[in-house]
Design a protein around this ligand. Structure first.
Ligand code: GDD
Ligand code: MG
Length: 323
C-alpha cells in the first residue's frame, strides 16, 4: 500500500522562516513535522510518495542525512498542482487502496484504526475528522448517523459552516478516486471531494489531539500539546537562580542564566537566555542567543538569531532568512 504525503505548500503564513526551510522540516519538539507524520504511518504502507517542488533540494538533503528507515520517493512537482493535482501526478505509482496525508498536522490519529474503518464502511473515500470551535479556516463535513458524509465545504464563511467537524487531513482512498481528478491544478477539497459524495464518502472521528501547524500560534500550540504538563529541564542548562515554569522544555546544552521561562516554552539545544530576560509561550530554535532584560512572548525565534539586550518581541516570527 502507498501513502502520498502532501507537503508541497509554500508555508506562506510562517514566513520568513519558510524562506529557509520548507514547513514540513520545521521542528516540533526537536523533530521535523514530516517525521512526526511519517512515524504515524503504519508498516502496511511500503512506500511513502512525496510530490514536491518548493525547496525540494532541502528536503532531499534532509532525508539523505536522516534516513527514516522506510522507502520514501520524492517526485518532482515543478509548479504547484494543488492537493488533488499533486496526487494525480503520482497516479502511476499507486497500485490500489491508498492513503493521502497532509504533512503539516500533529495528531494522535491512529492510522491503522482509520484504515480499518475505511474497509468496514466500504466507501470510495474516508476522511479523518476533528471537532473545532471555528471551522471556517478548514474543510467542513456533515455526517449522517452512519458516519456517511452528506456535505463537504472547503473554508466556508463562519456563519455558513454547517458543522463543527473539520477535515483533519488524512484520507483513505480507493484507486478509482484518481479518475475523478482532472489535469493541471486541482484542489482535492474543493473539486474532488464534492464529486465523491454520492459514491460513499465516510468520516472517521478520533480522540486525543489534533493541530495544523500552518501558523505561528499553532506551531507553538503543537509544542504545547506534546510537552504535556511538566517542566522538562535538562539539569545542566539552568543556572543563576533561573525560574522555569511548567509546562516547558529546556534542552540539553542550552543555558538559561538568571532568566524566567514561562509556561508553554520550548528552548532548543545551544540556546542562551541571558539574565533578567523572560520567555513565555514561545519556541526558540537551535543556537538562539537572547541578551539581558529581553521579553519574548508568543513568538518563534528561528535558528541562530541573536536577540539584543532589552528587546521586546511579542507575537512575532523572527528569522534571519530572506526571500
Ligand atoms: N504537493 C503539493 N502541491 N502539496 C500541497 C499543495 C500543492 O500544490 N498545496 C498544499 N499542499 C500541501 C501543504 O504542504 C499541506 O501539507 C497540505 O497540502 C494542506 O495544504 P495547506 O495549505 O496547509 O491547507 P490548509 O491547512 O489551509 O487546509 C487543508 O488542511 C486542513 C487541515 O489541516 C485542507 O485539507 C482542509 O480541508 C483541512 O481542514
Ligand atoms: Mg495546513
Amino acid at each position: 500500500m502507498k501513502a502520498v504525503l502532501l507537503v508541497g505548500g509554500m508555508g506562506t503564513r510562517l514566513r520568513p522562516m519558510t524562506y529557509r526551510i520548507p514547513k514540513p522540516l520545521l521542528p516540533v519538539m526537536g523533530k521535523p513535522l514530516i517525521m512526526h507524520v511519517i512515524d504515524s504511518i503504519p508498516s502496511e504502507v511500503d512506500e511513502v510518495i512525496i510530490p514536491i517542488g518548493y525547496k525540494r533540494d532541502v528536503m532531499d538533503e534532509y532525508l539523505k542525512s536522516h534516513p527514516p528507515g522506510r522507502k520514501i520517493t520524492l517526485v518532482d512537482e515543478p509548479e504547484p498542482l494543488g492537493t488533488g493535482g499533486a496526487v494525480k501526478n503520482v497516479e502511476e505509482r499507486i497500485d490500489g487502496q491508498f492513503l493521502v496525508i497532509n504533512g503539516d498536522v500533529i495528531t494522535s490519529l491512529d492510522v491503522a484504526s482509520f484504515l480499518k474503518f475505511h474497509r468496514a464502511k466500504g466507501g470510495i473515500a474516508s476522511i479523518s475528522l476533528w471537532p473545532v470551535e471555528d471551522p471556517s479556516p478548514f474543510g467542513v463535513a456533515q455526517l449522517d448517523p452512519e458516519s456517511r458524509i452528506t456535505r463537504f465545504q472547503e473554508k466556508p464563511k463562519r456563519e455558513e459552516a454547517f458543522s463543527k467537524l473539520i477535515n483533519a487531513g488524512a484520507y483513505a482512498l480507493e484507486r478509482e478516486v484518481l479518475s475523478h481528478i482532472g489535469d493541471g491544478f486541482v484542489s482535492m477539497e474543493r473539486e474532488v471531494f464534492p464529486k465523491l459524495l454520492d459514491k460513499g464518502m465516510y468520516g472517521f472521528q478520533f480522540d486525543g489531539h489534533w493541530i495544523d501547524c500552518g501558523t505561528r500560534e499553532n506551531v507553538i500550540g503543537a509544542h504545547r500539546i506534546l510537552m504535556g504538563d511538566d517542566a522538562n529541564v535538562s539539569r545542566n542548562s539552568v543556572s543563576g537562580g533561573a525560574a522555569v515554569h511548567p509546562p516547558s522544555v529546556v534542552c540539553d546544552e542550552a543555558v538559561v542564566a538568571g532568566a524566567v521561562i514561562g509556561p508553554g516554552t520550548y528552548i532548543s539545544p545551544r540556546c542562551v537566555v541571558g539574565p533578567m530576560s523572560s520567555v513565555e509561550g514561545s519556541v526558540l530554535y537551535d543556537d538562539v542567543r537572547v541578551g539581558t532584560r529581553c521579553r519574548i512572548v508568543d513568538s518563534i525565534i528561528d535558528q541562530g538569531v541573536s536577540v539584543p539586550d532589552g528587546a521586546e518581541i511579542v507575537s512575532e516570527i523572527v528569522s534571519r532568512a530572506k526571500q
